[in-house]
Design a protein around this ligand. Sequence first.
Ligand SMILES: [Cu+2]
Length: 562
Amino acid sequence: MPTTRRKLLLEAGRCAAALAASQIGALKALPLQQPASSVHNHQTSGMDHPGLQLKEIPVHRPLRVDRLEPFVDPLPIPPVAKPLGVRADPTGKSPHRIDFYRLTMRQVPTRIHRDVPPTPMWSYAETVPGPTIEARTDHPILIEWVNALPSAHFLPIDHTLHGAASDQPEVRTAVHVHGAKVPPQFDGFPEDWQSPGQTYQAVYPLNQQAATLWYHDHAMGIERLNQYAGLFGFFLVRDEAEDKLALPSGRCEVPLAFADRLFAEDGSLYYPDSGDPAAPWIPELYGDAMLVNGKLTPFLEVEPRPYRFRILNAANSRTWIFALSNSQTFHQIGSDQGFLPTPVQLSQLQLSPGERADIVIDFSPAHGQLLTLNNQSWELMQFRVASPQSATAPLSLVPLPSLLRSIQPIPQSASVRTRLMILREYMDTAPKRMLMLLNGTRWHEPITERPELDSVEIWSFANTTGDIHPIHLHLVRFQVLDRQSFNADEFLLSGKLNYRGTPVPPPLGERGWKDTVQTYPETVTRIIVRFEGYAGRYVWHCHLLEHAANEMMRPFEVMPKA
Ligand SMILES: [Cu+2]
């Protein structure tokens, strides 16, 4: 993964909130702003202004994560949501009554570590992540999402961001099921939000293959804060083809959501700001507390047999590179939108925000050992592998199937249009700060992408920046065609797209169906997508939540067939 000067600073500086240096863009060598660690520790002084009333600004005392004993808490497994009953399908599409769920968003006390006081967070029930929804292909479900959150937000809203103006309710939620093929009115369009006391009913038709989906908040301008507060959970879709694979299941199938956070020493969640109270938005969020299912460095007791893990990157900004401490390999069996054609052996796995991976780790070679799952040099969680003698069931192992799912490549000849999408950094003028745009257009500008229902298009993302931007399209699944390096400096100066080298096909782990793709710096990443499902208005955006909140998100509209 290419490392930029800005990324190094962000990684090294931790709370470095307002680092907005751009290597490429309209303006080069942007001045670095004051890091948040100093921004937050000042107090107003009456010395310079005698007669002024002193106002104490609370000092942020960070939680010393490095002083906490690791591996003292068991890994929490989010509970599975239970339907409350069945109801008629409000869309009238299903002849049968469908399962009805109610998930209520509220503030709850959580514990991130044995030795840290309770942390107030926001949940879809009682836990962070929220309850896991277990669903099956072609069995539609109805969910009533209830906003029972406080009316005031506890994290720094930036009222200069689009949709977050001070005349809007502070707390707004819009639930999006990431990866779900749904009619537009049920997609959680960012401007169709609910405030506390309001509810929203959505039908999920689930006319799609088995996959690891997830739900999270998407409210315009504050999704970065709402997700940070805890509003996310798993949504697993299963099907008969998956059943036949006889993969590890029950207690041997474990969802793992990874999300980094910052905390104060009293246990409260801390989200840094730019230092400008009128415009507190920060370009990216990196935390030193790396939570797994809401817990800091938890442990999981496993038997010496294969386990299936549903891995979700639920972080605001962080791209993780997972590996096991004993360097043993594992198999990736699925990506965002379901199974890969065949298992892929890996020693490390790179996931950007919004992406998922379905993996199988066989713990039998490590029996009796303690392993850690690491993100580069950080220890994230511990596996305590039992000895074979203590296994609770016979260890007769079913080998991983060599064929998981037949996936037909969409032929490039089927594409009716290729769109070049430019990802570029700018310096905004008021307020003065970094701005990332898609095709130089802001959210409110007229829709420019109007593919026809069932048509195939190739979208080429030309990333002129130094960041990986994970680009997510709602509604659809797609295939990654290739990536090709180009001269970004020349492109920004002259508009000429000069490639360097040849197109590189995606790695094996990306050769299934995707809904979020890592667009590498100074690279054109091409995807091919059939716009199937429903006509209507959806969104595509960068899944770095701070970028999406500040204009790196655009609507698109699937047009009915002519
Ligand atoms: Cu981005």
